[in-house]
Each structure stands twice: as structure tokens, then as C-alpha cells.
Design a protein around this ligand. Sequence first.
Ligand code: HEM
Length: 415
Amino acid sequence: METATTPLADRRYAVSLFSRLRTAKGQSNPFPIYAELRSRGDVSAAPWGGYLVTGFSLCDQLLRSRDWLEPDARWREQQGDGTRWTAASSREMSRTLPALNPPEHTWVRRSAGMFDRGSLEQLRGPVERFTSRLLDSLAERLHDGEADFNALVGEELPVATVGYWLGLPTSDYPRLRELTHDQVFTQELLPSASQLALSDAATAELRTYFKDLVRERRKNPGPDPVSRWIEVWDSMEPDRDRADDAVYFLTLFVLLAAQETTATLLSTMTLLLLEHPRQWDRLTVQPDLVPAAVEESLRYDPPTHVISRVASRDLVLGDVEIRKDEMVHLMVAAAHRDPARHEDPELFNMHRKPAHLAFSGGMHYCLGAPLARLEAQTLLHQLVTRFPRLTLVRRPTWAPRVAFRRLLNLDVALI
Ligand code: HEM
């Protein structure tokens, strides 16, 4: 494995690379930039301090190792006032599941108890119904010409699904979706001050919304996950306020985690298949290949391009020394195209059975992966059977983010 060159030269190079990556053009196709980064070695210096990891095997090992921690509340406080890590939204996120380290992470993750076979099966019927209803509205729009698949379907199915599961009123969906788009900035790689302000405001509104929800479910429990979490936390935590807090943080994070990521998967997968018409045509006659097409989409362009960790002690990564508390950014989308892991990695090929890190790995492995897969497979199955003649009108645009991909449109038509 190659090593980084001198840290200073490396950081200067990374600055120019990230400024290209943070534009709409860079997001439209970040992969040549990732290839450049990967060619400089598996580990290189990040522009703002810390390191970037692009090798698949190193990213995979790091996610599974107990030596690397989440940037938790203690770590964020250490970064000092005035940094992004002490913004109100970041402090709030520091109490959610993916920002916890053991032993707290272990109890909270156990309390979430999400998506065994039975609970997933219960969602299959509703997800099929929501999908078919959304595709009815797509059909109507396509009748008159082109339609924005991202707005009509990609962004709608995830909020309909998670909203139904949590038992939220449908009239709240548009606002919750907007708030999620704003809230995500605090989890981005380099949020600006104005993006952090948007995220802080969205977080405050979501806090009020979900605190009220938990209070209401405590009074009127039902057969929903929030009521179940209240029961679980009451058996673990004698202090009611603390139990309610724990349930609030779980509910908040689940809503945030379930929306943008899944919306990006649904639209990206549709885009990739429309850009590869031979594979699309194959799916229309062989829909049993749908799960494989979803996995290859998750490898080829995952919704989350970056996952971050900090060193629990002085460590050596590849042959780079990393000091305790230094941050590493796993560039998972770059790692997914690592030629040492995948043959012909730049080729979209649904016939491979790809290893990927789209849902992370190790103890923080995504708890919603079964639901995201259910939505993606249900949608793709219905799409290729109902709309075999779907075509792309123009390449979409992406929000200028780096860590969390977001398509802004996906214009399609029938041929
Ligand atoms: C395509 C859709 C999705 C993608 C790409 C995705 C991706 C991820 C990733 C990368 C992580 C780990 C972050 C880390 O290691 O620091 C994660 C964690 C998590 N995800 Fe997802 N996610 C998706 C959908 C969902 C859905 C639908 C839900 C819930 C219904 C969900 C709930 C969670 C939870 C609770 C965690 C925290 C796990 C932990 O820290 O122990 N995700 N997700």
C-alpha cells in the first residue's frame, strides 16, 4: 500500500480537490475526483486536519475495529466553542444512537430492536400500496409528457413509509421532509455558518415535534414503535424524564435516518438503470434480478459517501500514524470503486454480487437496512413491470454536498 506524501503538500492538494467536490458539477460526478484521491494512496491528509481513507479493505477493517470511535459528546466538547461541533444541532445529534460509543451505544441499540422478519413483513403490504399509489400519480403525469420522478416518487415513498411505521399524521410529511433536508447540514463534512443555522433551527422544531409525540404516546400508547420504546425504556430507566428523552432521541434519529438516504437510493438506482438500458430491459423480463440491481446501485453510488470516526488512542493506519482523537473520514464511495476489491469497478454491472459499505459495518451497521431494501426492491419491481418504456429526459442535478448525496430532480418520460 502507498503512503501519503508530505502532510503539508497532501493537505494543499486535498483543499483543491474538496473545493471541486463541493460544487454541483463535482457532485454530478465525483468519481474521477475520488479516483485521483485514491491514486495518492489508501490514506491521505484531509484539508482541515485528520485523514481521508479510500481503500476498501482499510475502511472495512476500521468500521469493524473497536480502536475507532464515533465523534461523541465528549469529543465534540473538546473541539471548543465556536466550532461546528458545539453548534446546537451537533450537540443534539451527539445524543443520538450513531454518535454513541460503548457501553451506552450497546444499551440504546438493544432498546431500538428494529426490523426482525415479523415486523418487516408487516410493512410489506403498506409499502406495496404506497408504491403503487405513487406510481399511479407518476403514470398520470407521464400521460401528459415528462415527470420529475424524484419529487413524485423518490422523495415520497420514504416519508410515507417511516411516517406510517411511526404513526405520524400524513399532513405532517411535507414539513418533516423539509426539516430533514435542513437538519442534515450539521452531519455534512464542512457545513457553512448559514447551513449550521438552518440545521439548528430545524433541530429545534423537530425537538418540539418529537417531544410532544413522546408525551402524547405515553398518555395514549398504541401498537407503534414509539409506544414500544417507552415500555422498553421504562423497564430500564426509573427516571421517567430520562426515559422519555431516550425515546425522543431514538425517534428523532430514525426519522432523520430513514428519509434522505432512502430517497437518494430510490432515485439513484432508477437513474443508473435508465442510464444502462440493456440492464433495465433485462430487469423488465427478469424481475427476480431486482435485489441484485439494488445492491449494485448501493455499491456504485451509495447515498452516504463519507463515514467518520476518531482514534481511541495513538494508532497506525496503513503506515500513517494517527494520534488519539484525530478524525478519519472513510470515503466509502471511493472505496466502493477500489480496483483491489472489485473487478472493473467503474462499470455498473448488476450481475456482480458486490461487497459494499453503504450501510456502514461493525457495531453501527444501519438498523434500517432491511426497510431501505424493502422499499427499493418493491419500487424497482413495480417500476420495471409497469413502466418498461421509461426513459431519462436529462441528467439530474445534485445538491452541492459531499457526505450525504441528494438529487434535486430526475426527469423521466415514456418512449
Ligand atoms: C438507503 C438507505 C439508508 C442508508 C444508505 C443508510 C446508511 C446508514 C449508515 C452509513 C449508518 C452508519 C453510520 C456510522 O457508521 O456512523 C446508518 C446507521 C443507522 N441507520 Fe441507516 N441508512 C439507510 C436507511 C435507514 C432507515 C430506513 C432507517 C430506519 C428506519 C435507518 C436507521 C439507522 C439507525 C437507527 C442507525 C444507527 C445505528 C447505530 O449507530 O448503531 N437507516 N445508516
